[in-house]
Design a protein around this ligand. Sequence first.
Ligand SMILES: [Zn+2]
Length: 271
Amino acid sequence: MIAAMRIGTSLLLALFVHAGVAQQPALDEAAAREAVYRIVRHSGLVPNFVVRASSETRTAIAYVKDKQRVIAYNPQFMATVLDSARSDWSAISILAHEVAHHLLGHTIDPASLRPGDELACDRYSGFVLFGMGAALAEALSAQSAIGDPHGTRRHPPKHARLEAIRHGWDEARRLREGLPPESPRDPDGLQYVLSFVDDANTYYADSLGRVVWFDQSACAIPFGELRDGGKAGFTLQWMDEAFVIDGRMAIWRKSAHGMPLQVGRMERYAR
Ligand SMILES: [Zn+2]
């Protein structure tokens, strides 16, 4: 298995530890810690993370416990990623994404509905992986292999996540080459601004009904859909979440008990 992998540097070689007779590559804690150390170093920061292999974690997660910043990952999940992405950068990009959740402050208040946060972390992973020497395809390898085309409640669909990683990678390349940031691509006339409770991100809907998120360099990444139902009001769909927008532009979601819950507001976009 290990021979089939592309090994970027000798340090990355340390990522692969054979567990007993199992042929799947695994990621042990020491190697994961080393990888996180390198990721943080490329951000110019001092690493103060606890890195933990945990079979209770489904994939990978960043959280704060006892005032410690923890990154936990499931070793089996990571083995699957390494195996299907066939690139050692895949594990690093997943860890970089989790590091970003800490650095961007998302773990202070782990609210539920912030797809823009996921895209911001994907963007960071692309940015850092460029600095670490990954090619674009390598930065995209984990998401290409395991991304969900439809997304889930917490995670935007694959196309948006790949785009966010590409933005980050390309922004780092432009910095390195002394180029200005990618010029903003205005997505066919913005119509509405959408904001959600507990979500610092701002979303927009364009004239095609696409709901987009802007990253720091103002490149739009579409990931949802706004439909104008005339008298029935608007409906908003992203991932497996559906919302209704009433005549006063309040955004509602049905709660688990069937009661509608106001989760945000929509406004006309004004330049
Ligand atoms: Zn995430």
